[in-house]
Design a protein around this ligand. Structure first.
Ligand SMILES: Cc1cc2nc3c(=O)[nH]c(=O)nc-3n(C[C@H](O)[C@H](O)[C@H](O)COP(=O)(O)OP(=O)(O)OC[C@H]3O[C@@H](n4cnc5c(N)ncnc54)[C@H](O)[C@@H]3O)c2cc1C
Length: 408
């Protein structure tokens, strides 16, 4: 049992770790529980948007992360049918709106580890790895969670508030009985990584974040720095057929698809392959009493646009700022936490869900005239600064943060 004058966080992914870091920096004792013994280094988020870098800068995280990643000043939409670039969006156009007019291509595990490094230097931060939240109860003064430790034994821990940052299958959300409506895409998403440098002019000259439309086999190419900073390209491909998971994750399937989508002479040197089932869901509430949901526990979306982790970090920071005000006696807990739900939940639908679904619809459109219209619309948006600015403010989630902050 921890002393109860603290905030509990379930989940040490990017959202839980950054929220914990923020709270501990503000002198609030925080205990973070995570099932995993170490940070997962699977191939998930790789893009940190300008809005998120602006938010992470005061924590000292942006300066630490930028040298670990790749600065990506533009992103592209391409058409595999015509073979051309449809639209290139340049963050320079919103250079007056952000201190970071670029996306940072940096792996999720680096984000978590930097937050952990900063947080673990603070006296009020405790991370308990190998600890899984299995249940919770709450009363007027606090929350009691049941946590299964590394030895398999369950023990209660008590805190004044709980942040459920425990991912898409959140036990916190389930324990609160909060519904998670939405849908699951029928195709599986296959991510493979290669050192083949699609960014070289002779190999296509792809921007570090490139989305490639095709009626049958669209794809996305994303460059990350890699742990040795030599650079790795992630290729995201949908598996639309009936083949079993082990087939579509196999070397042969991936080589064949890469040969079709991105032809080159020799087979690709493929270093990793992963398969994901992808959902679009938003929790019916982001808060019950003294318990808040943030990140994937509250909303999940497809990775086209790179918004899930970014939106989750925005939730976590919004919630943590409110908890600081409550802790200091500057705000009424009930009103402040209700405002968290009002500020973040509608935004998840309006911005992250809408844009990620729209991006996928553009890439996969099969109907010829509809396809042409979608790609023409993108091209016209990129070419017209008056339309491109709002597009970039949405795509970088700056508009979402501002609209949330302006919500009473
Ligand atoms: C292929 C792919 C690419 C993506 N690309 C991007 C991108 O470029 N940009 C972007 O913004 N997003 C991207 N995302 C989404 C991003 O990965 C997620 O939105 C992000 O991981 C959410 O962070 P989180 O901290 O909310 O949850 P998670 O990262 O899922 O972390 C949850 C943590 O909680 C722990 N946990 C779970 N249950 C319990 C429990 N009961 N008790 C204690 N601990 C528990 C887990 O071990 C885990 O460490 C991508 C996702 C995928 C799959």
């Amino acid at each position: 049992m921890t002393d109860d004058n603290r905030i509990l966080i379930a989940g040490a992914g990017p959202v839980g770790m950054i929220s914990g870091c923020y709270l501990a920096r503000h002198g609030i004792p925080v205990t973070v529980f995570d099932t995993l013994e170490a940070t997962a280094s699977d191939h998930r988020a790789s893009t940190v948007h300008p809005s998120t870098l602006d938010m992470l800068a005061p924590l000292g995280m942006a300066d630490r992360l930028i040298p670990m990643g790749l600065i990506s000043p533009v992103f592209q939409f391409r058409d595999r049918v015509s073979g051309g670039i449809v639209a290139e969006f340049d963050y320079g156009l919103i250079g007056d709106e952000t201190d970071h007019p670029f996306a940072l291509q940096v792996e999720q595990h680096k984000v978590i580890n930097v937050a952990h490094d900063l947080a673990s230097a603070l006296p009020d931060f405790t991370l308990l790895r190998g600890h899984t939240l299995t249940g919770l109860t709450q009363d007027a003064d606090g929350v009691t969670v049941t946590v299964r430790g590394p030895d398999g034994a369950e023990a209660p821990h008590r805190g004044r508030f709980l942040m459920g940052c425990d991912g898409g299958r959140s036990e916190t959300r389930k324990a609160l009985g909060i519904d998670f409506p939405g849908f699951t895409w029928p195709e599986r998403f296959i991510i493979s990584t290669t050192e083949y440098d699609f960014g070289e002019a002779a190999k296509g000259g792809y921007a570090y974040r490139s989305y490639v439309a095709h009626p049958d086999q669209w794809c996305a190419l994303i460059k990350v720095a890699g742990d040795d900073m030599r650079g790795l390209w992630r290729v995201l491909l949908p598996a639309t057929g009936e083949e079993p998971d082990e087939v579509v994750q196999g070397e042969g399937w991936v080589q064949e698809k890469l040969r079709d989508c991105l032809p080159q002479g020799a087979p690709y040197d493929i270093q990793h392959r992963n398969l994901y089932h992808v959902h679009q869901r938003v929790a019916e509430s982001f808060r019950t009493g003294r318990v808040l949901l943030a990140g994937d526990s509250a909303h999940v979306n497809n990775p086209l646009g790179g918004m899930g982790m970014n939106g989750g970090i925005h939730d976590g920071m919004n919630a943590a700022e409110k908890l600081v005000r409550i802790w200091r006696g500057e705000a009424d807990p009930d009103a402040e936490l209700a405002r968290y739900d009002r500020q973040r939940r509608p935004m998840a639908t309006k911005f992250v869900q809408a844009q990620s679904i729209r991006n996928k619809e553009i890439l996969q459109e099969k109907d010829g005239p509809a396809r042409r219209a979608k790609l023409d619309e993108l091209a016209a948006t990129a070419e017209d600064p008056a339309r491109c600015r709002p597009y970039l403010l949405n795509a970088s989630l700056i508009s979402m943060v501002r609209e949330a902050d302006a919500t009473a």
